[in-house]
Design a protein around this ligand. Structure first.
Ligand code: GLU
Length: 472
């Protein structure tokens, strides 16, 4: 069998973590089996489609490296095809026009509820011609309904949940074309899965109830039935449906927040799937080990701390050049001109151990690229005091004489200064740090000083001395 899976998001807003997990599972399954993976944008419901959403889906998939072999297909480009199948089905008695007015349907529904029955269409137009309707019950326009089998069961073997069975009596004759002529969601999915020769449908559990309807239509059309796998939902750490706080954030928000694609993918693959106790999976390992039968039936709980932990791991374990290339995006977002300072690979080396996100790194390294006004820094008051003037002047002099500007020489010069003045590093370390970075927290001083660069260091010490002299 030529395996083919698909990711079929509806472009109704930002693409969130639950969608991406099903995309990842479908992608991994296809990649592992040497099959194909396609992208289909389910925009048939024009009223719910949001313009930017398609752009976000495509850029999100590209950012994660979830490449597709076919598509993106757009359902709105296929209306002609859906309508020709609907016409064929009408001609062949698989579907029929329904003229029931909304008044009739409302009355039917309220009577069924009154009698304790499950509300569903009673198949009136399937058997009676429109002439038999009373005047108030007939509408001028019609919808098209599928002739759902009225007897028997529809059953499928879900790869995650086992066998699931529905009674056909529970399902009514689904509307497949609206009165305005547009095909409905479940119908488009069926025709797409059939035309695109999808063999495995991996999607969220909220679609379980659609599956028997879709299978019945496929059967009527004599089309092969794909294998289904419905993935459970993701809960937040209070075991409630995911809230804005974590998982329903759009995928690109995670990028903005400084996550690497590898961390997101590794986090998502483990969220609801396991391979022994293994936590870290490279993309190659995911492809090698992924197996639908190991996807958990129970809901998964989103854990933001674990995602941060993985991100820290990848910041420290992927190649420095690669991490720097992602950091570059964040620097651009923060309008930091990276030409004005050290190479980004040096910044990664300096900050990787102490940072859990790339945004954190970008936030904390401004002083390497941009000058600042020491008067505006809150920490200046705490650490820039008259007692620091002599050591700062002494350091400035020695720094200006360094010919070979390296972290080692800088370190020696600092030690020499401390010895000459007979003070400990506690007396001057923080003042120097604040003078040079405008913050009380930076990587190792000698390396930071080295990376800031000699002329900038001298200017900033001058600025700090001016500050102290003006204030005291
Ligand atoms: N468009 C549906 C969604 O975004 C997915 C449908 C499917 O995978 O069959 O939830």
């Amino acid at each position: 069998m030529d395996i083919k899976t698909r990711f079929a998001p509806s472009p109704t807003g930002s693409i969130h973590i639950g969608n991406i997990r099903t995309a990842l599972y479908s992608w991994l399954f296809a990649r592992k089996q040497g099959g194909k993976f396609l992208l289909r944008i389910e925009d048939s419901d024009l009223q719910r489609s949001v313009n930017d959403a398609v752009e976000l889906i495509i850029s999100g998939m590209n950012w994660l490296g979830l490449n597709w072999d076919e598509g993106p297909y757009f359902q709105t480009n296929r209306f002609h095809r859906y309508n020709s199948v609907i016409n064929y089905m009408i001609q062949h008695g698989m579907a029929y026009k329904c003229y029931c007015s909304s008044e009739r349907l409302a009355l039917l529904r309220s009577n069924q509820i009154k009698n304790g029955e499950k509300p569903k269409y009673d198949g009136y137009c399937r058997y009676k011609s429109v002439i038999t309707h009373s005047a108030t019950c007939v509408s001028s326009s019609y919808v098209v309904r599928f002739c759902n089998p009225q007897e028997g069961i529809v059953t499928f073997h879900d790869q995650i949940r086992g066998t699931i069975t529905f009674d056909n009596k529970e399902l009514d004759d689904l509307i497949i074309r609206r009165a305005d002529g547009s095909p409905t969601y479940n119908f488009c999915v069926v025709i797409d899965d059939m035309d695109m020769r999808i063999t495995h449908v991996i999607r969220g559990e909220e679609h379980i109830n659609n599956t028997p309807r879709q299978i019945n239509i496929l059967k009527a059309l004599d089309a092969p039935i794909p294998i289904y796998a419905h993935v459970s939902m993701i809960l937040d750490d209070d075991r409630k449906k995911l809230s804005k706080r974590c998982g329903t954030l759009g995928l690109m928000q995670y990028r903005n927040d400084g996550f690497l694609p590898e961390a997101i993918l590794n986090y998502l693959v483990r969220l609801g799937w396991s391979y022994g106790n293994k936590e870290i999976f490279s993309i190659e390992q995911m492809k090698k080990y992924f197996d639908i039968s190991r996807i958990s039936k129970s809901p998964s709980v989103f854990n933001y701390e674990k995602l941060l932990w993985l991100n820290h791991y990848y910041i420290n374990h992927l190649s420095i050049d690669y991490v720097a290339s992602h950091l570059s995006w964040h620097m651009h977002q923060q309008r930091i001109n990276i030409k004005n300072g050290p190479k980004l690979t040096d910044i990664v080396k300096l900050f990787a151990k102490r940072s859990r996100t790339l945004k954190e790194i970008a936030n904390n390294c401004h002083y390497f690229y941009m000058d600042f006004d020491i008067f505006e820094k809150k920490v200046s008051k705490d650490y820039l005091k008259p007692i620091a003037i002599t050591p700062l002047k002494c350091l400035r002099k020695k720094f200006s004489n360094i010919v070979d500007w390296t972290p080692e020489t800088i370190k020696l010069v600092i030690i020499e200064t401390l010895n000459e003045l007979n003070i400990s590093i506690d007396k001057i370390g923080m003042s120097l740090r604040v003078a040079l970075t405008g913050t009380d927290c930076s990587p190792t001083l000698s390396i930071t000083i080295y990376a800031i660069g000699q002329s900038r260091v001298l200017e900033r010490i001058d600025q700090a001395i001016r500050y102290i002299s003006m204030l005291y």
